[in-house]
Design a protein around this ligand. Structure first.
Ligand SMILES: [Zn+2]
Length: 173
């Protein structure tokens, strides 16, 4: 968090100016890029590919983390539900596809455990931490045990167990 700015002020600022960032990312930046390095005839194509298609692929990668990375991939930790480590989603999201690792230690800033689990997001946060630009970076516990599979998961039953709904007192209604 930026010093001198409360989390609430920063999030209010981002919320108020959100459409500005959307327009900047989808249109202004790609159009500016096309004008700077190509010419006016390249603006439409660059906005469509560099703005809209890029956003479409990235958003599907992010959403794929919560779908594909719960079915396809490998599990390093066996006591965290269905989440898997998925290299394809990791490429699309720059590292968020190591979703089983994330489920095992959700507060850790990085999702990689092995060196070959490419995690540009995690490396960026770690580098910013080393430079002193962010702080209180949550580290991964290297001794975290692999755990045993949830028995409900093995039987094909839903992993999530909800509490019993509170009983309504019929005498009141
Ligand atoms: Zn998940």
């Amino acid at each position: 968090m930026a010093r001198g700015w409360s989390a609430i002020r920063l999030s209010k600022f981002c919320h108020k100016t959100r459409w500005l960032w959307v327009a900047f990312s989808l249109v202004v930046l790609p159009a500016g890029w096309a004008l700077a390095f190509g010419g006016p005839e390249h603006v439409l194509g660059t906005v469509l590919i560099g703005g809209f298609l890029r956003t479409f692929i990235f958003l599907n990668g992010v959403m794929g983390t919560n779908s594909l990375a719960h079915y396809f991939g490998y599990r390093r930790y066996h006591d965290v539900g269905k989440a898997t480590n998925n290299w394809f989603i990791s490429i699309l999201t720059l590292g968020d596809g190591w979703h089983n690792n994330h489920h095992a230690q959700p507060r850790a800033a990085s999702n990689h455990v092995s060196w070959w689990e490419l995690d540009f997001n995690g490396w960026t946060i770690e580098t910013l931490g080393k430079l002193g630009l962010v702080w209180n970076v949550q580290k991964r516990d290297k001794n975290r045990a692999a755990g045993h599979p949830d028995p409900h998961q093995l039987e094909g039953k839903p992993v999530m167990i909800f509490a019993e709904p509170a009983k309504v007192d019929e005498a009141v209604s």
